[in-house]
Design a protein around this ligand. Sequence first.
Ligand SMILES: *[C@@H]1O[C@H](CO)[C@@H](O)[C@H](O)[C@H]1NC(C)=O
Ligand SMILES: *[C@@H]1O[C@H](CO)[C@@H](O)[C@H](O)[C@H]1NC(C)=O
Ligand SMILES: *[C@@H]1O[C@H](CO)[C@@H](O)[C@H](O)[C@H]1NC(C)=O
Length: 687
Amino acid sequence: MLFKATTVGSALSGALSALAASVDTTLVAKAIDPCAAIAGQKWVAPKDVRACFTSFKVDPAIKANIIDVSNKTLAFHTSVNFEKLAPEPFSADVHEDLLADFARITRTTYPSEFELHIDMSRTLKRLNDGHCVYINSCFDSVFLSFVPTPLVFLTDAFGVQNVHIAPEAFTVASAEFADQIDVWQTALPGNLKGKLSTLSGAKVLLINGRNPLEAVDANALITGSFQGLGTRQNTFFATYNLGSGGFTYAMGNFGQMSLPLSDSVTLTIQRVNSRTIDTITLPYRSRVATTATWTDTTSFRKNLCVAQPGTNGVDLSGADLSRRDQPARSISPVAKFQQQPNISPTDRQRHAMNVILDTAPKLDIALPPVLTPANPVVGSAGVAQFFMLDDKKTGVLALGSFSDNSFDGLERAMLSGLQNLKSAGATQLIVDVTGNGGGFICLAHWLHRIIVGPKSTTFPQAGLDTMARAGPLAQLVVQRIVENNADPLDLLNFNPLNWQFPNGTHFTADHDWLQPPVKRVINGRQDAFSPRMADQCQPFDMDPPAQALFNPKKVAIVSNGRCASSCSLFSITMAKKEGAKMVVVGGRKSVEQQYCGTVGGQSTDFSDMDTEIKASTTVGLKNNSLAPPDFLTNSVQGITWRLGFGVQNPNEPEEWQNHPADVNLPLTAEIVNNPFAIWKQIAKTVL
Ligand SMILES: *[C@@H]1O[C@H](CO)[C@@H](O)[C@H](O)[C@H]1NC(C)=O
Ligand SMILES: *[C@@H]1O[C@H](CO)[C@@H](O)[C@H](O)[C@H]1NC(C)=O
Ligand SMILES: *[C@@H]1O[C@H](CO)[C@@H](O)[C@H](O)[C@H]1NC(C)=O
């Protein structure tokens, strides 16, 4: 543009040199301000994002604040002392001493706030507990870094397992990254230049010169979210999930990173029907993944790095709120990271949730049309899609989440879809919960109840008994609510009116339910919890059918293991109480595959606990020395607020009890990421 401009008449030359000067200043500013250099851009190089992130020096006050808020919030997290050393079969997977970690992080000097963030993030991820995740939107998923070659783990006709570039890789990448695909086409060497499509399905012999399984295992150590090693290994690979708007494609931890830590990857591959071995290097490219905007470091810090509305709790005193139509906590930065569709503020206020967090949001990358199941049965809606298989006896419920835009809508869809399958002749059922990160607790109870009918395992409650942690501050909150009638509108989690005894008797408004606390010694540490308590899901706000819809022994629940939270509550009760068949697809043969993980009981986060503490002048415990201060940063600290008791060992948490799959279905090139093909095989071989 400037070249053209220099050819115009001299009358403009003064203005032009002014323009040139201002451009120069911008260029200089960009050169010295690494955050200006990535401002307003959709795609950038990961190293340019790192240059911005690593330019933030550690402010000791901010560091102390992050540690203080997380540490004090974890006094409400049920699992801190259990996670110091989990029992078998998870002792090798979960052994993190958080109190020692916070002391270590306090002592450590970091070259920049970014390195501090990575340590905080990975420390919490080592719990392998998708409820207890630390996120800072100054760094996490500001950009997501992609390569166009998501991987899958396939078993061949001889039972040999290999890493492959996903057969659908190019179809997915060329649609989703249409504006960037040329960069990768050009990056390919010699005769492969421009032939990215020929890489789809290729066998991967080496990743960065090493056995691909080393990369899978290295990722399993840092990815977090699930206790089971097999599940964390599977997280490396691409998979599918059903979102509100249809089936989506998840790139996996190799294909997509939430922090800009890799600039490129070198793959040694053998393409389909090729005898040659090729070595290619593909750059990671970072795509902006925040709606926040900035022009330079100052605005980046202001708009992305400091506390935003909803980061901290709110004082509800004097608020004119009615529980149903005036949600108290409508703005939730945590929502971006909850692995579920967007939910309404009203449902968020009304219904307790159990859902995992991830440092990357769920995306709506499309599952290619040829892989997407067609002709859903009438009654399908949002994350609940129903299908009839050709055998005319197997119905399928694909359930991407236990949450959707409308709680009532999902509740209705679950019932009408299953009833329609039954009327269409289904006598057996496959429930596909691949990538289901949980959602509303009572919808997990509802689905269990409507499938198996009324019986002792579904009434007075269809889930697990739970316990909350009864730290000194939690005890004070309940005491203030009960003694001061501090929560007349019943907006608080700690309000006894929301809970009941396991026998179905509701707590009364004056029931100080943390007294006396149940004392336990866990891994050598004194701890205290509430007595056993249960969710008030029943009576449901819709009438459940009087009879079972399906024989639970003719129900198979299938996933890649990534079924968490409310999805675990549903799967565990169906497996351990009703005898449903649990199927995991994919995974290394030598590793036991867990059919779910991160059970919890009810999950929440710092902002929610902060509201419980601030709540009103009558609770007013923010001044207590045990109360976490407000976050100064744009951070989230997730917790398990109630923890479910076990089915087989009823006095210990279900969280670290075994959830082995009954069947581990190997993934082949023919069925991988093809839900319909997977269901057909399960109908044939499992049910
Ligand atoms: C974290 O909290 C515990 C109390 O639960 C306290 O003893 C410890 O000093 C705190 N650690 C840091 C680093 O502040
Ligand atoms: C239910 O359990 C609670 C607590 O143990 C007890 O106080 C109550 O009487 C029980 N209710 C019924 C109906 O048995
Ligand atoms: C907290 O302490 C401050 C300063 O001491 C005081 O002004 C404020 O009223 C206190 N708040 C509550 C809720 O007690």
